[in-house]
Design a protein around this ligand. Sequence first.
Ligand SMILES: [Zn+2]
Length: 330
Amino acid sequence: MSPRIRSRREFLAASSLGAAGLCTAAGADAPASRAHIAITLDLEMARNFPRWEDTHWDYEKGNLDAATKRYAVEAARRVKARGGVIHFFLVGRALEQESVDWLKEFVAAGHRVGNHTYDHVHMKASKPVDVQFRFQRAPWLIEGKTVPQILRENIVLCTDAMKSRLGITPAGFRTPGGFSNGLEDAPHLQRMLLDLGFKWCSGKYPAHPNTKPGEEPTAEVLDGIVKAQAAAQPFRYPSGLVEIPMSPISDIGAFRNGRWKLDSFLKATRLSVEWCIAERAVFDFLGHPACLSAMDPEFRTIELICDLANRAGERAALVDLNTVATRVGG
Ligand SMILES: [Zn+2]
């Protein structure tokens, strides 16, 4: 182990001591004693997938198609077989579909389902019409409301739908999209989430280098993505809300923005997870079954992450984001 890695581990150990008084669930799995590897999948439709020309999903993010649901179910089965669970984030409008039995089965199997708003709204929109494409076509849905009112209502609707149809309260909150500074510049959003009962949110997606569309990543780009893992570690905002960032690079970053081949995504993921294991840090994989079912139909990325975590033995654990939150007292 290099001296640089040792000093970072010491730093992490020291921070965990500082938070120890606030930790209850961490128990024997003390923060920084092992890497925390989370597999999170956002349950929503995504423009450009399965076909590049598919853009209508912008208006119906929650209208999950059969391939997306099948992928989520099989991913959950595979991760459970490897000793982990998946932390899903659900766009509430999906709960308008005829059957939600597949989601109930996730809950029964111990997988987590968090709130991803009802319509996949833009949390930092400056005017109502920019909150969601749906409201451009159907402005009467938000008539006379301010952006903060629309956001609050959209988050509450998702929670209410989950309670009503799944019989659960959401396991945390993830902002639609992601922000390179998380909610640092939006203390009103931090307060709103705390007020709605959330102890943590996943809203930061750190900046990292990417290629031009269609180019495969160079060593320099891959190195930049690995370096960005340090900026994707959980922390607390001054308000007390815990932030659990998404770890670059997401499937959307690789397959939509970079238009990479699967092998490049696997390489970037492997290098990033290896860094997190060596540093006993957190890796919060962000994928979308709507994208992965088209780009990684054989589940190679999810299997790779499970392989790396399992092979690391005591140095890593496959966990949900509630467990990650305990590292910083959440
Ligand atoms: Zn999303």
